[in-house]
Design a protein around this ligand. Structure first.
Ligand code: 3PG
Length: 228
């Protein structure tokens, strides 16, 4: 998990073909990023996660778009080291916690945030970040929730032009997005372009003065997932 906090970036991929998994992971690594989220939007997702996990054990590979408890268990069995969902679904969070899979549920409202806190989540995907109010919305959410230690991973509409604004917020752990390996680039197998976009993102994310992730609660400091 520490890799997410080091680079503060998650590359979100939709892989139609298992054959693209290794070249994509290599392209991201060539660009300096060792974190990937493979979304469960295709039938190949679990196979791709396994392939990346086996080929690049030092890479942090996660599962995205995890919508059901069964997908959480599949992701864990495939070797995913974290999982993400676009929304907040208690059954999915519980399944992930039961199998020891760090899970970042999607949140967009204060009620979502409180649901995530209730289940002991210490990271949440803020989705869809730009459409849901972007940086001003996160600043507003920080008011009542920063002291809980919850950190956000904004995703949705983020790219080179706006990622630094998100990462400047102390309540933001990392940003995620598909722009480094969007579907057209994968279809074209344009690994060079993917590496270049990744290198640019890594450079942008490393600029400025990262707030760091000094946890504000013992729950965050002592691990994941926290259970009640
Ligand atoms: C997603 O789940 O689709 C991610 O949030 C990626 O969003 P993006 O394509 O806008 O980067």
């Amino acid at each position: 998990m520490q890799l997410i906090f080091n680079k503060r970036l998650i590359s979100v991929a939709v892989l139609d073909q298992q054959a693209d998994a290794i070249p994509l992971a290599q392209a991201l690594l060539d660009g300096g990023l060792d974190v990937i989220e493979v979304t469960f939007r295709t039938a190949e997702a679990a196979h791709c996660i396994s392939a990346i996990h086996e080929a690049f054990p030092a890479m942090l590979v996660g599962a995205g778009t995890v919508l059901t408890p069964e997908q959480a268990r599949q992701a864990k069995a495939a070797g995913a080291q974290f999982a993400v969902a676009p929304g907040f679904n208690e059954a999915v969070v519980a399944a992930a916690q039961q199998c020891g899979l760090p899970f970042f549920p999607g949140v967009m409202t204060p009620s979502d945030v409180e649901g995530a806190l209730r289940l002991g989540c210490v990271f949440a995907k803020f989705f869809p970040a730009e459409a849901a109010g972007g940086v001003p919305m996160l600043r507003a959410l920080a008011g009542p929730y920063a002291h809980t230690g919850l950190k956000f991973i904004p995703t949705g509409g983020i790219g080179p032009a706006n990622l630094a604004g998100y990462l400047a917020l102390p309540i933001v752990a990392a940003v995620g997005g598909s722009w480094m390996c969007e579907r057209k680039l994968l279809q074209d197998k344009d690994w060079c372009k993917i590496s270049a976009l990744t290198a640019e993102a890594v450079q942008l994310a490393g600029q400025g003065n990262p707030p760091g992730l000094e946890p504000q609660t013992g729950a965050v400091r002592h691990g994941w997932p926290r259970r009640e």
